[in-house]
Write a protein that binds this ligand. Structure first.
Ligand SMILES: [Zn+2]
Length: 53
């Protein structure tokens, strides 16, 4: 189970994506793009997940 907190990446934001790593990564990427206007590649998010686990 993965838990990605937006606040861990320097945003004042309480968004948390959790669940299956791939699902969480997708959620997180969509949040980044739509809320923070940053394009985040799926591969980059996967790297973050791998590093955290
Ligand atoms: Zn956020």
């Amino acid at each position: 189970m993965t838990n990605l907190k937006c606040s861990d990446y320097g945003f004042e934001c309480d968004f948390v994506a959790s669940g299956e790593p791939k699902k969480a990564a997708k959620q997180f990427g969509q949040h980044y793009e739509s809320v923070h206007g940053i394009e985040y590649s799926f591969e980059a998010i996967e790297q973050i997940i791998l590093r955290k686990s």
